[in-house]
Write a protein that binds this ligand. Sequence first.
Ligand code: PEP
Ligand code: MG
Length: 315
Amino acid sequence: RRLALAEERHLPAETLDRHRIVLRANVATPAEARAALTTGAEGVGLLRTELPFLSHPAWPTREQHAATLLPVLRVLTGRVVTARTLDFADDKLPPFLARLQGARIGRGLPLMLAQPDAFADQFRSLLSAGADTDLRIMIPMVASVDELRACRRLLEAAATEAGVPMPPLGIMMELPEAVAAADDLAREASFFSIGSNDLTCQILDLDRRDPTAAPAMAAHPAVLDAIARVVTAAHRHDRQVSVCGDAAAHPLVTPLLIGLGCDSLSVGPAALDEVRARIRRLRHDTCASLAAVALTRESPEEVWRLVEQCCPPSL
Ligand code: PEP
Ligand code: MG
């Protein structure tokens, strides 16, 4: 069956009623980047940049950024690369930050903005290492327009200093505060990418390390409602919305995301063939009605049943 799916790699990720979805890959290493291209990804929707530094003793220098970025980005010459800036968090905490635990340093984006020199070094390294790619910069854990503006100032300064054009600057939508501010954020961000892993946990008050926080929980009507708001705000301002959390590849959630109007999905290279095949066997109009009904339900179980009835996951 895997072989049969691989035969569809040259075909577009398009529904039966010809609604096109941009299908990209989540990668962190050169091997994953090569696998993404082999499986027909239209570039990278999420490059995780913090993973090489999780056992690092100090903030990475420009040289250390370059050493980890260049091997991945060389594979992706000429391709769309959505590079996410360092996203240290409870489940991804290097020793130099673990030591500071308890001190009021903040996490995620506030932590980066409190270290503007370290943040600027990553922007400089990305602009230089990504010069031969179609580079987009993505900020994780954004909660407010002020944070986005602070990131923009740092990135603009780095671009001016390097004498290169300012790349598109987008944000991850993975905090309820961002969903509440979606309209203002859409005015100033170049694109949105929904981090369904964090967004689901945040909305449903689940722990990321808890196995019940599985990607299928993104089918909870409260999460779907947040995604619908994000899509509406983005499209009002002509911005594209991607989903780069694991829910994008879950057979019971993919049809809901498409039905809610998400423009793009980004999934691990190993899931690309399956997700493309799933999309090619769906109808967009069916997905849209499905999503509308799902929003009126009370529990994820009810929504899973609905999806099974109207878009059976078997390929
Ligand atoms: C997410 O939160 O959905 C996401 C893609 O980012 P990460 O899993 O790295 O937190
Ligand atoms: Mg996240």
